[in-house]
Structures are given as structure tokens and as C-alpha cells.
Design a protein around this ligand. Sequence first.
Ligand SMILES: Cc1cc2nc3c(=O)[nH]c(=O)nc-3n(C[C@H](O)[C@H](O)[C@H](O)COP(=O)(O)O)c2cc1C
Ligand SMILES: Nc1ncnc2c1ncn2[C@@H]1O[C@H](COP(=O)(O)OP(=O)(O)OP(=O)(O)O)[C@@H](O)[C@H]1O
Length: 308
Amino acid sequence: MAEIMFVGDEGFDPRVLSGATCAFGVFDGVHSAHRFLIDQARSDARERQTRAVALTFDIDPDELFRADSLRKLMSNEDRLRELSETGVDAVVAFRFSRAFASLSPEAFLERAFAGRVPSCIHVGQNFHFGSKASGGIAELTAWGSAHGMTVRAHDLLSLADMPVSATRIRALLQRGAIGEANQLLGRRFRIRGRVLPGRGEGRDMGFRTANLVVPQENRVLADGVYGAYAHVRGATYKAAVSVGVSLVFRDEATATCEVHLLDFSGDIYDEEIAVDFDTRIRPMIEFDSVEELIETVKSNIEWIRKNL
Ligand SMILES: Cc1cc2nc3c(=O)[nH]c(=O)nc-3n(C[C@H](O)[C@H](O)[C@H](O)COP(=O)(O)O)c2cc1C
Ligand SMILES: Nc1ncnc2c1ncn2[C@@H]1O[C@H](COP(=O)(O)OP(=O)(O)OP(=O)(O)O)[C@@H](O)[C@H]1O
């Protein structure tokens, strides 16, 4: 796992960027096209015999500009951690602020790289930066030529004739198309969370659930019931997962993700678990009776046992 550094923080050594070969972007989701770009930068770094760096921001710029409608595939912490596991030598994050965002493209590059110019930067053809995203490949290349930095602008990696993008993956998840979203991600879509303390009411429906509250901005997956793999204390279990607030118990329910782990018994309150979504089984249903709910969930669990 590579070190994660924040530009300008105490102890940050700017020399980590000097002469480095970088892949630059926000990288929400660290999806298959992001990995493609990072792999290109890594093999180029090997040829140039330089350090390979994933260059990004501490937060998603949309957190400042689109806070109300913000939807993200992962938390910033997970994004940086995921980047640090792509085989790069370092992850370097700029502290993103309104002041930084309002710089002209040239001022942005001066602020970012003056005195610590990378030897090469890899980006996708759609890369934009600077005030109102007014800088593109042309501005980046012009600045690069004047400062000894090569720019490699890659054609966008596509699947089914459309570029892979975080926006496209979010749209697929919002309509529950988990299989297609996973294909674009290059892995299963993951929700990570801490298990809520029980309400102590002991409602016994014959299946226990670990309940998670997913932050609003990470609620990208459509409500419904899914088959998944859950990681708990280093072990993996098949899981039946209800996403969204239970319609039957909506007046008392707080969890936005309820996870039944198959063949697991134990107390995991307050522990962190990760849920990797595999298959959508059905939408959330407002059953007329609790008995009907229980019968349906039990048959969903059996389906998952046999088919996942
Ligand atoms: C696999 C699974 C599927 C579920 N499907 C539904 C559903 O379709 N409609 C609904 O109102 N609640 C559904 N629930 C939620 C349960 O009704 C209920 O909220 C939960 O199991 C009770 O847990 P609690 O006692 O921890 O709140 C589902 C739960 C699980 C684990
Ligand atoms: N399909 C792609 N192929 C190659 N490079 C890509 C592709 N999509 C994005 N990139 C590049 O990856 C870096 C990160 O891009 P960015 O974080 O904007 O990803 P994105 O998936 O396009 O996100 P969003 O959909 O939210 O705009 C940028 O350099 C960008 O140009």
C-alpha cells in the first residue's frame, strides 16, 4: 500500500512530484477506466525510471459545487485508500478549496506544480481543470511544453460503445443495474459501514440483520433486495441485503441498508463491515402482512444460498 500525502501539510516533501510520472483526476469509484489510466502511468514510469504517482484531491470537487445533489461511489477515505492499492508509489492529494478552484488554468498549474514539475502527466481526453473547468488538454500541454512536462492524453476507455465514467456507473446503480455497474467498475460495488447498535426489541423474524446507515451522498444504489458478499472480521459470507428503508417498518426503521449474513451467528454491533453487491433480486415491497414478508425474505435467502 502506497503512502497517501496531502500537498501543503506539515511534513509534505514537494520533491515527491519532481520528475514523477502521474495519473491525474478525481477518481471517484476508482473504476476500470481509472485503473487503465493509472496502469498506463505506471508502465510509463517504469520506462522512464521515475516514481508513479496517483494525483488527486482530498475531497470530490462536487462536494463544494453540488453539495445538494451530491452522489458518490465511495467516501474520500475509501477513494484514497483504493488509489493507494493500485500499485503506484505514492498518492498525492491537493487540498481542494474554492480559492484553488477559482484559479485560471495557468494559475492552477503554477500553484499545483511550480518548483516540483512532474516529467509526465497522464489524463483522459475529457480532463478539465481550473476555474469553471475552463482548462483542457490544450492548456495542460502548452504549460507542459514551457515547463518540461510531457502530457499523455488518452482516448477514453469504452464499454458497449460508451466511455466508462463515474457518472455512467452512478446512473446504472440508480436504476439497480448492478451487473452492468460492476462490469464498468471492474469489481463489485461496495458499501462499507459500521453496524448500528440493536434496538433491543428482539423482533424475531427468523433472520437477523446487521443494520447500517449509509450517508445520504453515498446512497447511489436503487432501493431493493440484493444478493451480496459481506466481509466481516476478515471472513466472507454470502448475504441477503435490503437497501432502502423497510416499507413495512418505515415508522420505526432507521437503517438504510440491512444485511443478513448467511451461516453467521455472533455479535458484530459497532464493527465495520463491507458489502459487495452482486445481483439484484427484487424491489422493496410493501407487504400486507409480516408473515408474507418473512416467507419472501426466507425464499430470497435460499435463492442466494444456491445461486451466488
Ligand atoms: C433480505 C431482506 C429483504 C427485505 N425486504 C423487505 C421488503 O421487501 N419490504 C420491507 O418492508 N422490508 C423488507 N426488509 C426489512 C425487514 O422488513 C425488517 O426491516 C428487518 O428485517 C427487521 O430488522 P430489525 O428488527 O433489525 O429492524 C427486508 C430485509 C431483508 C434482510
Ligand atoms: N473512460 C476513460 N478512459 C480513460 N481515461 C478516463 C476515462 N474517464 C475518465 N478518465 C480520466 O481519468 C481521470 C479521472 O477522471 P474523473 O475523476 O473525472 O473520472 P470520471 O469517471 O470521468 O468522472 P465523472 O463521470 O464524475 O466526471 C481523468 O484524467 C480523466 O480524464
